[in-house]
Design a protein around this ligand. Structure first.
Ligand code: PAF
Length: 283
């Protein structure tokens, strides 16, 4: 595996390839990330991953400084997964000057759910993703980038951005990987104490149960009934010791409030102790 830090070295390393398959990450790789690399590998003529903890997508009180950085283990895992080129820019490589030009995603998609509780998060995500894509695909005719479905809203916003900026890159969705008890794999699971880890599966269970109740509404599925179900599932999770930000049933196509007959996704975010976890299920 070829490791490069500067944009210039990345471009040199990729100059002979036509169709990169790219997996952007913030490192601290787990089996979820590795499955994205394995999914990407056959889809291009070179498999590229990036590791960059992007300051722009963290609020001042969030965990940018303490975000786990596990460089050696990440390199070993990427190499074993068949990654050909690892792009690991330092901040000065990717942001040599303050990033004053930013992507402003549409509020109706970016200021709801995660965006409501992490204002500016998707500006940071879309900006770094566009920049990483320009670095990786600058010379290429086309390509694919693989994003995990665990960050469901992120995937939707990135697809929207690719479409609107006419980038010749297809965003491929990778299925969420789960621990045997059902907990969605996440770098932030490492923050959980053993007792919290044992309890953490409750978020996914609460979402599954909310989804089942929404489906059971059948023709009576409407905004009022859904609001009541959402509120009830948040109350139940709070009784189990969580601080829920949102648990909600949405339309898959645009994350709006669904009507009977729409394809649904149930999404949630909640804090257990000091750790904020997210999860979702398509139902
Ligand atoms: O999902 C992530 O790990 C990050 O949001 C991403 C896409 C690598 C951008 O920093």
């Amino acid at each position: 595996m070829h490791i490069v830090h500067s944009i210039a070295d990345l471009r040199t390393a990729l100059s002979a390839y036509q169709k990169p398959a790219f997996v952007p990450t913030m490192g601290n790789l787990h089996a979820g990330h590795i499955s994205l690399v394995q999914q990407a590998k056959p889809l291009g003529d070179v498999c590229v991953a990036s590791i960059f903890v992007n300051r722009l997508q963290f609020l001042p009180h969030e965990d940018f400084d303490s975000y786990p950085r596990t460089w050696q283990a990440d390199c070993t895992a990427l190499q074993a997964a068949g990654c050909d080129v690892l792009f690991a820019p330092r901040e000065a490589d990717l942001y040599p000057e303050p990033q004053t030009v930013k992507v402003q995603p549409p509020p109706e998609l970016a200021d709801i759910l995660e965006g409501q509780f992490r204002p500016g998060f998707f500006i940071g995500v879309c900006t770094v993703v566009l920049k990483l894509l320009n670095c990786v695909f600058g010379h290429a005719h086309s390509g694919v980038a693989v994003f995990g479905k665990k960050d469901y809203q992120q995937l939707m916003l990135i697809r929207h951005m690719l479409r609107q900026f006419a980038l010749p890159i297809e965003a491929i969705a990778g299925e969420t990987q789960r621990a045997p008890d059902g907990l969605a794999l996440s770098s932030r699971n490492g923050y959980l104490s053993p007792a919290e880890r044992a309890q953490a599966v409750q978020l996914g269970q609460a979402l599954r149960s909310l989804g089942a109740q929404a489906l059971a509404l059948g023709d009576k599925l409407d905004a009022i009934n859904l609001r009541a179900l959402d509120a009830q599932s948040m109350r139940l999770l709070a009784q189990q010791g969580w601080q829920p930000d949102y648990l909600t049933v949405r339309r898959r196509s645009d994350l709006g409030t669904p009507q009977a007959g729409d394809a649904l996704v149930v999404l949630g975010a909640a804090r257990l102790g000091n750790t904020r976890l997210i999860d979702n299920w398509e139902i």
